[in-house]
Every structure is written in structure tokens, then in C-alpha cells.
Design a protein around this ligand. Structure first.
Ligand SMILES: [Zn+2]
Ligand SMILES: [Zn+2]
Length: 157
């Protein structure tokens, strides 16, 4: 006589599961890597974009603006954009492992696009003259320090 129970799939042999080799999964890097040796990076600093990288950024911005105009409501005033971005608007991170890191002082500065770091010949320095830090006098003042939280005031009383 027929049963209403659907035929069960072939039982899996338990023993085989453990015996099967685990396929190799390529390990993705967990984070940024040293630009010189490819080890896990522990240090990072910034540099300006090369001419080519900047051209690409400006091109993307042009496309974004063209798209914004294309999608804008014709019954509203056309979108208005500021000047196109320039070299001062971008930085790129540069990563390095411990042995290939530049000095901490240098890492606090923005380096030129042509900077060689991390290059063994120049370590722990670099080949460029980094941009000077904004001095307190040159830094833009958004509001009086009285309005800043205490932990934002450097060297305050
Ligand atoms: Zn390295
Ligand atoms: Zn540099």
C-alpha cells in the first residue's frame, strides 16, 4: 500500500563530511597594507593627489554635476555649483607597517603628491617637504574658545 510520506532524500553519510577537505578560501586582507612590503599597516599619513588622481576626481565631480543638472526639476532654478575642486581639497592615505613608518612628527603633516615615503632610502624621513601645520594664528577660528568644550581647548587654562 502507498504511503503519504514523501520519499526522503538519500541519507548523507556522516562520516564523509568530516573527511572532505575544506576548500581553501583566499584570505582577504583585514585592513590596509604597508605600501612598501605589503605587511599589515600600523601607521598612516596623508599626501596630496598626483595630477592624474586629481584629474580623475575633477572628472567625477563634473559628471556628478552634469547628472544633477540632468535630474533637476526644470520648474525650479537650475542647480548652482561652486568652483570645481582643486588640489587643496583632497588627500590620500599612505599606509605603512612599523619598520617602514616615517616619524610621528612627519606623519602629522600632509605630504606632497611626489613624496617617496615609505621608501627605504629615506626612512624614517621622506623625500618631500610636507605642508606646514596651520599655526594657531593661521587656523580658521569658528568661534571663540569660550564656546568650545574644555577637552577641545589645547593648552587652555
Ligand atoms: Zn612595510
Ligand atoms: Zn613626504
Amino acid at each position: 500500500m502507498d504511503t503519504l510520506t514523501p520519499p526522503s532524500p538519500e541519507p548523507r553519510p556522516y562520516g564523509d563530511v568530516a573527511a572532505q577537505p575544506v576548500p581553501e578560501v583566499p584570505l582577504l586582507p583585514a585592513g590596509p597594507l604597508c605600501g612598501l612590503c605589503g605587511a599589515d599597516a600600523v601607521a598612516v599619513w596623508q599626501r596630496r593627489l598626483t595630477g592624474e588622481e586629481l584629474t580623475q576626481q575633477v572628472e567625477w565631480e563634473r559628471e556628478r554635476r552634469a547628472r544633477a543638472v540632468e535630474l533637476s526639476d526644470p520648474q525650479l532654478p537650475a542647480p548652482v555649483f561652486g568652483p570645481l575642486p582643486g588640489p587643496e581639497d583632497f588627500v590620500r592615505p599612505v599606509y605603512a607597517c612599523g619598520p617602514h613608518a616615517i616619524t610621528l612628527d612627519l606623519a602629522t603633516l600632509v605630504h606632497q603628491a611626489s613624496c617617496s615615503a615609505p621608501a627605504v632610502a629615506d626612512l624614517p624621513g621622506c623625500s618631500c617637504t610636507p605642508e606646514a601645520l596651520l599655526t594657531a594664528a593661521a587656523a580658521p577660528v569658528l568661534s571663540s574658545t569660550a564656546a568650545l568644550p574644555d577637552h577641545w581647548v589645547v593648552g587652555g587654562e
